[in-house]
Design a protein around this ligand. Structure first.
Ligand SMILES: Cc1cc2nc3c(=O)[nH]c(=O)nc-3n(C[C@H](O)[C@H](O)[C@H](O)COP(=O)(O)O)c2cc1C
Length: 202
């Protein structure tokens, strides 16, 4: 009987220790996954032309919405475009977003000043930019490519995007992010510059 009890206690302790080890390994793996996605993200400007499923696009937009925002106001909205004709119309109007021609989709991150903390446009733009970066990272994590092309702060580009997508005048179309399957060739840049780091004081 005593031996049996010892055996049970032994099994329980081993189980507890194992789950701790597993948990630690899982945490380590998640951490290295995040770091590798951050460091492998790059602007992808060459796509295969393959369509991107709404399932993947939904995952990407959800990542956008997981971004932090001042006082958690979430002053953003997202226009997700998969329609070929609309992508081509945007492509025709935006000289710096020519990747749209072969992208399978585009996400337009919109900043809404009146929804931002204290109605500040600057906070709407900052918060929505964080959502934009999450979108770029999520695309990379899912094996897709993406590139931020600017609408804001250029009035002419914002007006084209507003007109094509029916975005109201009080909403800022921050960017157009073409998304697609990478054709290859776009590589991450090494931007590490130790002289940009000021430890303790400037
Ligand atoms: C605010 C902003 C505006 C940008 N506008 C454009 C653009 O209009 N067209 C474009 O091809 N890339 C654009 N980019 C992408 C940058 O050129 C790119 O991020 C930069 O060269 C660094 O390269 P990487 O993204 O591969 O690290 C923009 C990026 C940011 C953050």
């Amino acid at each position: 009987m005593r031996n049996k009890n010892i055996l049970i206690v032994g099994i329980l302790i081993t189980g507890l220790l194992m789950s701790d080890v597993d948990l630690f390994a899982e945490k380590e793996k998640k951490m290295s996954d995040v770091m590798s996605v951050i460091h492998s993200r790059k602007s992808v400007r060459h796509f295969t032309g393959q369509e991107v499923s709404t399932n993947l696009l939904d995952k990407i937009v959800r990542a956008g919405m997981a971004a932090p925002s001042a006082v958690n106001m979430q002053p953003w909205s997202f226009v997700v475009v998969t329609d070929r004709q609309t992508l081509d119309t945007l492509n025709d109007g935006l000289p710096y977003a020519k990747m749209l021609g072969k992208a399978g989709a585009a996400i337009i991150v919109c900043a809404i000043p009146e929804k931002a903390y204290e109605g500040l446009k600057e906070l709407a733009v900052i918060d929505s930019s964080l959502a934009g970066e999450n979108i770029l990272l999520a695309a990379e994590a899912l094996g897709l490519g993406a590139v931020w092309t600017a609408a804001y702060p250029y009035e002419d580009r914002m007006n084209i995007v507003r007109k094509v997508l029916g975005i109201p005048a009080n909403v800022i179309p921050l960017n157009v992010i073409p998304i697609g399957y990478p054709a290859g060739g776009d590589k991450p840049k090494n931007k590490y510059k130790p002289e940009y780091i000021h430890w303790q004081k400037w």
